[in-house]
Design a protein around this ligand. Structure first.
Ligand code: UD1
Ligand code: UDP
Length: 371
């Protein structure tokens, strides 16, 4: 059996890590393809180095372009790899352009597709990730859902076959990484004291392509009595460059830094007083650490976090952000962090193997030679 994973963006390197480990443990042949969607050292290679992910067998070097061009280039290059490797299954992760291109290339060659993190929905088609998710789920053969809500979302779209609730593979990496955090020096390096700063990340198109939204978030935080540590995503860096210098110079309590490594990010999250983010991954990690999280969006795909009560939706509205920061000052939103179940990656691989067994059995029956 030959499996082939396609990744390309920061969170996908984290998602593929525990699956690569499972494939190795079980002696399953696995090819790793990096589309090159993310390429800066701190957006890509640092994760391979730190998490000890084997180097990709192929790096397609696609780079940054408009959505159509980026996805088109990926389709062309992924197809070449698939024709050469002819894997038994292609595995795609999350909801980026690399996910969609991977799934589409495979389905055109009649190669079955497995989707990790299937069924998530924001119900907003103007979000590029939503189109990627809906199309990928529609053409996937096996769908691995992180939450019961994701299973339900698929059911409502009529997708019920080969849908498995396995949990969140990011939680496996999160748990595995805890023992490595105490040796990190990032807090000292940045002159930060535990629980004495807010951690901010922004990269969603709705907050970066609309400068008014970005400025509104900044205005909400510029007068708080705490340092705002802000590892800046490259998309956001480009947006900030469009804001007038005098406005940026008003952000005196902001400490803007380059994106950090995964382990350093976990340390920064764990020690933050509160986290403000529009990231999917970071809102979950905030919850796993029990840190109150303001989600800088109007909706979330991870609705369980809202039910658990440790997170609140604020959008980019200055007043709402200020109000919620004030209301939760000094106390968590709730003391009921959502508990995910570990070993999602192991459950995923077990289901994959079972699927292949069933296929083989069915082929045997058709040829009159059941196994
Ligand atoms: C992508 C995903 C998003 C995911 C995010 C994770 C899509 C549509 N979006 O968004 O779902 O949450 O990754 O971080 O796939 N850039 C660099 N260096 C890099 C990478 C990007 O400078 O290594 C800059 C480029 O100017 C690029 C911009 O960032 O145009 C945006 O990158 P892109 O990969 O298109 O989208 P993200 O915003 O990163
Ligand atoms: N992350 C990181 N360094 C950073 C910012 C994020 O290692 O400077 C990690 C974060 O801990 C999480 C993942 O990247 O595991 C989230 O990725 P991102 O926010 O880029 O994308 P999303 O999850 O929104 O798709």
């Amino acid at each position: 059996m030959k499996l082939l994973s396609i990744v390309g963006a920061r969170p996908q390197f984290i998602k593929v890590k525990p699956l690569v480990d499972e494939f190795n443990k079980k002696g399953i042949q696995h090819i790793l393809v990096h589309t090159g969607q993310h390429y800066d050292y701190e957006m890509s290679q640092v994760f391979f180095d730190q998490l000890k992910i084997p180097l990709p067998d192929y790096n397609l070097g696609v780079g940054s372009h408009s959505h159509g061009k980026q996805t088109g280039l990926m389709l062309e290059k992924i197809e070449e790899v698939l024709l050469k490797e002819m894997p038994d299954m292609v595995i795609v992760y999350g909801d980026t352009n690399s996910t969609l291109a991977g799934a589409l290339s495979a389905v055109k060659l009649k190669i079955p597709v497995a989707h990790i993190e299937a069924g998530l929905r924001s119900f907003r088609m103007d979000m590029p990730e939503e189109a990627n998710r809906v199309i990928t789920d529609r053409i996937s053969t096996i769908l691995f859902c992180p939450t019961q809500t994701a299973v339900e979302n698929l059911r409502k779209e009529g997708i019920t076959k080969n849908v498995f609730l396995v949990g969140d593979v990011m939680y496996d990496v999160f748990l595995e990484s805890q023992k490595l955090l105490s040796s990190r020096t990032i807090l000292n390096d940045l002159n930060l004291k535990p629980k004495n700063y807010l951690l901010l990340t922004i990269h969603r198109q709705e907050n970066t392509d609309n400068l008014e939204n970005l400025k509104s978030i900044f205005l909400a935080l510029k007068d708080v009595n705490q340092k705002v540590l802000f590892p800046v995503h490259p998309r956001t860096k480009k947006a900030i460059e469009k804001i007038a210098d005098f406005e940026i110079s008003e952000l005196k309590n902001f400490q803007m830094i380059e994106p950090v490594s995964y382990l350093d990010m976990l340390v920064l999250e764990k020690n933050a007083d509160k986290i403000l983010t529009d990231s999917g991954g970071i809102q979950k990690e905030a919850n796993w650490f029990g840190i109150p999280c303001l989600i800088l969006r109007n909706e979330t795909e991870w609705v369980e976090l809202l039910v658990a009560g440790n997170a609140a939706l604020t959008g980019s509205n200055q007043m709402v952000i200020k109000k919620i920061l004030f209301e939760i000052d000094g106390r968590p939103l709730s003391n009921r962090p959502l508990v995910d179940s570990p070993q999602a990656s192991e459950r995923t691989v077990v289901k994959l193997l079972k699927w292949f067994e069933t296929q083989e059995h069915n082929r045997g029956e058709k040829s009159g030679n059941p196994k």
